[in-house]
Design a protein around this ligand. Sequence first.
Ligand code: PLP
Length: 443
Amino acid sequence: MTRRSPITGAGRPPGFVYREEKKGLLRRSAGLFLFCDDIAITKLAEHYGTPLYVYSASVISERFDAFDRAFRHVPHTICYSVKANSNLNILRLLAKGGSGFDVVSGGELERVLVAERRAAKKVVFSGVGKTRDEITAALKAGILLFNVESESELWTLAECAARLRTSAPLALRVNPDVAADTHPYISTGLRKHKFGVPIREARTLYAKASAVRYLQVTGVSVHIGSQITEVAPFAEAMARVAVLVGALRADGHEVNYVDPGGGLGIPYENGAAMNFSDYASDYSKAITRPLRGLNVHVLLEPGRSIVGPAGALVTRVLYRKTNDGKRFVVVDAAMNDLLRPALYGAHHEIVPVRRGEDSSVKFEAVDVVGPVCESGDFFARDRELPRVEEGELLAILDAGAYGMALASNYNTRPRPAELLVSGKSAKVIRRREKVADLLRDER
Ligand SMILES: *Cc1c(COP(=O)(O)O)cnc(C)c1O
């Protein structure tokens, strides 16, 4: 099946739109140019090279604010999920806007502390395999909450807290056994998954936890998966959590926090049709309605829905080639730079950075592939795109989440530079790696 790529960009997230360039360098070539905020991406690519991650600060802030507004009717804290995009400058931008953070490793905790030390008290620590060192660092930093995922972890947490003569605030991450329609690798809320403790066993574990002096039971958490675009599974999970909260309070536990996790998906296809405020509001209703009357403080852990549409991976066409009639566009970005298509078969819209007048645009079905020596190294297969020539630029959209965060040095490819654009200014928030950086630790 071939899918035609939208070229007008009309209604794309505000950070990435086509404009006419009337002044300067670009004027000589006809057509429209893709901008990130108020800067032509062509100029960024000329100046900083490709492949290049470009993020719009205004899109990040606007989405964070819209998400926050959707929950204004309940006490809540947004704990942005650091693993979606962990660049220090993005963490700092979000912290300025009032965000807390969800971390899943000691490394992510350190990032938060470097970005904004005072955000520590708004940090929740999730993950099935926290080490003693990581737990101890989080206790010393004074984080808000540990999302504990097993009985053994509970005892480890107690031991670390006892050693520091402190008390560890915790929620058990319960597995609500709710199915969510997403890729199997990022679905986490079913009994068969490694995450959390079965919701049926939760009361017993809470009883054990509250008997320990160094543990402080304070909430219940869940996280049913990622890239979930229907809100019903969230409501279903919350309905089960609400029942549990009632039972735990009857058992005499203090339950101040409910943490529904993250996982709200984004439309990787037809993103134009989506109004994020309305979507966030639907999500908020699904989460908060089942919790009505419980008077809990809601912790939210969105990642993708905040930063996904705020980023694009800009890449240059190296070669065009045809094998037995099949057309390939070989670009200078690869699976090591953006793994999602190879890992999940994920779809990303790909648009030309310069497009001709509408009447002159010719479409063709192509595979957009990178230089890595694997057939899994593709960004699109059999996709109808406006014809692009060697040397021209493409933008792979919605790459702000799980893009750079999942990038590797496979094939000894230095990772791309990252730019944060704000209005007319662009800031390098991570310099392009050099091959020397990759070899340094092996000498
Ligand atoms: C990955 C993850 C998130 C963020 O998920 P998104 O789909 O990016 O919103 C939140 N909480 C936990 C525990 C996670 O593992």
